[in-house]
Design a protein around this ligand. Structure first.
Ligand SMILES: *Cc1c(COP(=O)(O)O)cnc(C)c1O
Length: 961
């Protein structure tokens, strides 16, 4: 039987032999040993914490064993996380469907129309429910969204105050994030129960609606007061509650944020889930994250694309609205589809039932003499049980329920769409009510029966009842049958190009295989239906898995401590920089705030540094693509007393192993600075060298790149932060963490970076399984195969497109940058034309114009086999020949298959064919496409059209007629 590594690595020995012969190397090891500078080679270790590779069957069995150590309790803790029914049609056709989960961020809109439509549905859902003008395409979670909302307020407010008011009834994890993040930015937080007149000048205020205690109240007078003095108001609102309650927009809010988790996205012990943000008209340009808008293609047909990209970190860098890059696309798609499937009436029905169940429980508890903290609520009760809280929670646990311990006298209980009459009976019993409450309803069935008597929102003033319509667009009112829903999901998936069609050779993004066995456990209820604040005793399987993964990641990176809390690479960067900040401050070095960043760095680096309260100073790169050592030394000297950190990427974003890396890190350390190594390119190093040995003090990794978590069309992600021991105390902590310490015995006390203590724990089984099945040798073999394939492509294409940078032995790392600027000089054909023509050939384009404008960065990864690699090489060579034909005058510069790419089916059959190239050249430039063509649904999309007349919600159906 073949090992998993042989399934994961696309090239077998014979294929590697062909590539090595072309490159002139005897063995793959010889090639990598040559490419990776000898000075940084990892020394063989006598022992390894990474066990010998398991087979797929063994890994699944071990995961089953870990799953069984999670106690299958029913969570009624609430606090922003609720159990939910993922409609099976969505679970099977989205969450478990590689056409959705292996897609990339929709930067190539022509081949992303399906997920862009799903995301515009998400935006429409959010704007409708929140009553605001524009919503983005997801945030990383609710608490980070609140922080970003605070930052929107600060940017947009006319007030010069640095005070931000915070609802005393905010979720505890949100308070923790606000405190951690505000401290770095000099923002002064002031908590208030909003029970008195506003008497301070503030730039903004935050309201939790409904509150963490469950309380539903009317914040409109608070909102008016804050706005009257020039502040902005951010409201975190529960979307399900909003189907019954007045929208934040109608109450006057400027910004609404929250989570869409309870719209069918499994709890997953904290994530991944899609947060959301919506803003009133006029604040669009302040929105963080990605935004989908309606544009048009070359034939004038409506088409979707990402809008207002000039706000984003990859363009604005330290001036960006936020550092978000990878967001939560797959989960946003699921939540949007939940709304599509249920429609406005279905959602209102679910919300009504939830509120009725809460009311039924409340009235029973009151009948037995218990009092509630608030008599107006949607789904959450705070029950007064002086001296008995522990006992009540214990009794509930005996029956398999998790309630929320608030204090000795108070227990919180939240109901959700999955709560049954039997659940309510058990909870009532836990509070001391006689057995048999809610009897007659049966354990599972007849869910509606006992609640009919209870009226939803009984304690809420009628002025807060929602009166306006929402989700009126046909998309939310058409797909009611499962057949219709299944077909809608298929229709959208078919418009997109994902890894299930072919290679996505995106430099810096490592679009490798996301193996089915790795994905399996994500759907198991023992992993998926777990609340992030569940007690330690109920989540031992998860904690064991997390501890192992931390240990393994520490070993392969050469660090001492690892936190898995950050929800994306950008958040790992922030966590790492905050750790550096904490370290300097603890040493009394409060003035060390300068962060040196090479000009070639990823945009998130600069944006994260600003969010960590640092000042970005750019370091030049030399002609070879390396950090300019002279400039670095000069900048270090200039900022000697204020140097906080250097952020470098290794191997560099130019795809080469910098020779001087040890000198660079030494120079920074000598000046008292810390070294942050961006680990996004770890796929070029794993098993051969370790960041810790290069002089790195802290790094983030991207589990959604190197460690096989699928990209989801733009998220989820996990961006672990790994650090040396001296920074460990400053790594992310969390008020609800189940763990006193982390792998290696380290206690983290840096402050919260994500809403959930273990971050997006629900997808950690993927990376766990990847490492478990690859073993140390498999991981190393994968690196070698990735480096070999990249070098083979560079070698085969270099006579057609110059390879911009190379290192030792003229070798590249795991990716190569093809310079298309000479092509443009000679033929007028641009990098855009080549990228779009690749669609006609059945490919996703490589990374465009990063880190150098006018180039393509190609990263094949180890997962592609030689057949697919050759197909790509052939396509690139053929495209070069087409460009040469333009230069030779065979085709006019403005009428050739490149400038008109991509070609849709209708473009070659409708009307007269009036081009100098044939229809079959247009759509079948290679014969093999005749049987296996991917047809783009739209022509080239205008990258400018639409930003001015921004439309970020579902356009009328007639627009597509
Ligand atoms: C992908 C990437 C990041 C950011 O990671 P996200 O998960 O998208 O936030 C940072 N640096 C580099 C070099 C990257 O390639």
């Amino acid at each position: 039987m073949s090992s998993f590594a042989q399934r994961h690595i696309g090239t077998d020995a014979a294929a590697q032999r062909v590539m090595l012969d072309a490159l002139g190397y005897d063995s793959i090891d010889a090639l990598v040993e040559r490419a990776v500078p000898a000075s940084i080679h990892v020394k063989e270790r006598a022992t390894s914490d990474i066990p010998v590779a398991a087979t797929e069957a063994e890994a699944l069995a071990e995961l089953r064993e870990l799953a069984s150590q999670n106690r299958g309790a029913r969570p009624m803790i609430g606090l922003g996380y609720y159990d939910t029914f993922t409609p099976s049609v969505i679970a099977r056709n989205v969450l478990e469907n590689p056409s959705w989960y292996t897609a990339y961020t929709p930067y190539q809109p022509e081949i992303s129309q399906g997920r862009l439509e799903a995301l515009i549905n998400f935006q429409t859902m959010v704007t409708d429910l929140t009553g605001l003008a524009t919503a983005n395409a997801s945030m990383l979670d609710e608490s980070t969204a609140v922080v970003e909302g605070m930052l929107v307020a600060r940017r947009a407010s006319k007030s010069s105050s640095n005070i931000f008011l915070v609802d005393a009834d905010a979720l505890p994890q949100t308070k923790a994030l606000l405190e951690h993040r505000a401290a770095a930015l000099g923002i002064d937080l002031q908590y208030t129960p909003y029970d008195s007149v506003l008497d301070v000048d503030v730039f903004g205020a935050f309201v939790q609606y409904p509150g963490a205690t469950g309380r539903v109240w009317d914040p409109s007078s608070v909102i008016d007061a804050v706005k009257a003095q020039g502040g902005l108001v951010v409201v975190a609102a529960d979307l399900l509650a909003l189907t019954l309650l007045r929208s934040p927009g109608s109450l006057g809010a400027d910004v609404a944020v929250g989570t869409t988790q309870r719209f069918g996205v499994p709890l997953g012990f904290g994530g991944p889930h899609a947060g959301y943000m919506a803003v009133r008209a006029g604040l669009e340009r302040q929105l963080p994250g990605r935004l989908v808008g309606v544009s048009q293609d070359a034939e004038g047909h409506p088409a979707y694309r990402l809008s207002l990209q000039t706000r984003e970190q990859h363009i604005r860098r330290e001036k960006a609205t936020s550092n978000i890059c990878t967001a939560q696309v797959l989960l946003a798609v699921m939540a949007a589809m939940y709304a599509v499937y249920h429609g406005p009436d279905g959602l209102r029905g679910i919300a009504t039932e939830v509120a009725q169940k809460a009311e039924a429980l409340a009235s029973r508890l009151r009948e037995y003499g218990l009092t509630l903290a608030s008599d107006s609520f949607f789904d959450t009760l705070r029950v007064h049980v002086p001296g008995r809280a522990e006992r009540v929670i214990e009794r509930a646990r005996e029956r398999g329920y998790q309630l929320h311990w608030v204090d000795d006298a108070t227990v919180g209980v939240s109901v959700d769409e999955t709560t049954t009459a039997g659940d309510l009976a058990a909870v009532a019993w836990a509070f001391g009510l006689p057995e048999g409450e809610f009897a007659g309803a049966g354990d599972q069935g007849e869910r509606a029966l006992p609640f009919a008597v209870a009226s939803a929102l009984a304690g809420v003033p009628s002025s807060l009842a929602r009166g306006d319509e929402f989700l009126t667009h046909p998309v939310f009112n058409t797909h009611r049958s499962e057949t219709a829903m299944m077909r809608y999901l298929k229709l959208l998936a078919d418009r997109d190009y994902a890894l299930d069609r072919g290679m996505i050779p995106l430099g810096s993004c490592t679009m490798k295989l996301n193996a089915a066995t790795e994905m399996a456990a994500v759907s198991w209820p023992e992993f998926s239906r777990v609340h992030p604040f569940a007690p330690e005793a109920d989540v031992r399987g998860y904690l064991a898995l997390i501890e192992q993964l931390e240990t393994w990641l520490a070993e392969v990176t050469g660090y001492d401590a690892v936190s898995l809390q950050p929800n994306a690479g950008s958040q790992g960067e922030l966590a790492g920089l905050m750790a550096i900040r904490g370290f300097h401050r603890a040493n009394g070095d409060v003035d060390r705030t300068v962060c040196l960043i090479p000009s070639s760095a990823h945009g998130t680096n600069a944006a994260s540094a600003v969010l960590a309260g640092m000042k970005v100073v750019v370091v030049a790169c030399d002609e070879a693509g390396n950090v300019d050592l002279d400039d670095l030394r000069a900048k270090i000297a200039l900022h000697a007393d204020t140097l906080s950190a250097l952020m470098i990427t290794y191997p560099s974003t130019h795809g080469v192993y910098e020779h001087d890396v040890l000198e660079i890190t030494q120079a920074v350390h000598d000046a008292g600075g810390q070294v942050y190594v961006d680990g996004a390119n770890l796929n070029a190093l794993l098993g051969y060298a370790r960041f810790g040995d290069l002089g790195g003090d802290v790094s983030h990794l991207n589990l959604h790149k190197t460690f096989a978590i699928p990209h989801g069309g733009g998220g989820p992600g996990v961006g672990p932060v790994a650090a040396k021991a001296h920074l460990a105390p400053y790594l992310p902590s969390h008020p609800f963490s189940q763990r006193a310490d982390h792998a290696g015995g380290f206690v983290f006390d840096g402050g919260a970076i994500s809403a959930a203590p273990q971050g997006s724990a629900g997808i950690l089984p993927i990376s766990w399984a990847y490492v478990r099945m690859m073993g140390a040798q498999g991981l190393k073999d994968a690196t070698a195969a990735a480096v070999l394939s990249a070098n083979y492509i560079a070698h085969r294409l270099k006579d057609h497109y110059p390879v911009l940078y190379a290192g030792e032995g003229d070798l590249v790392a795991h990716e190569c940058i093809l310079d298309l600027r000479p092509l443009r000089e000679a033929t007028g054909i641009t990098v855009d034309d080549v990228a779009k023509r690749l669609i006609d050939y059945g490919f996703h384009a490589p990374t465009m114009s990063f880190p150098v404008a006018g180039t393509l960065m190609v990263e094949p990864t180890e997962s592609e086999d030689i057949g697919e690699i050759e197909r790509f090489i052939d396509a690139m060579i053929a495209i070069k020949a087409e460009a040469d034909a333009v230069a030779a005058g065979e085709w006019p510069a403005d009428d050739n298959p490149l400038v008109h790419a991509p070609h849709t089916a209708s473009s070659v059959i409708e009307g007269e064919w009036a081009h100098p190239y044939s229809r079959s050249t247009a759509v079948y430039p290679v014969h093999s496409l005749v049987r296996s063509k991917y047809w783009p649904p739209v022509r080239r999309i205008d990258q400018a059209y639409g930003d001015r007349n921004l439309v970020c919600a579902c356009p009328p159906i007639e627009a597509f007629a």
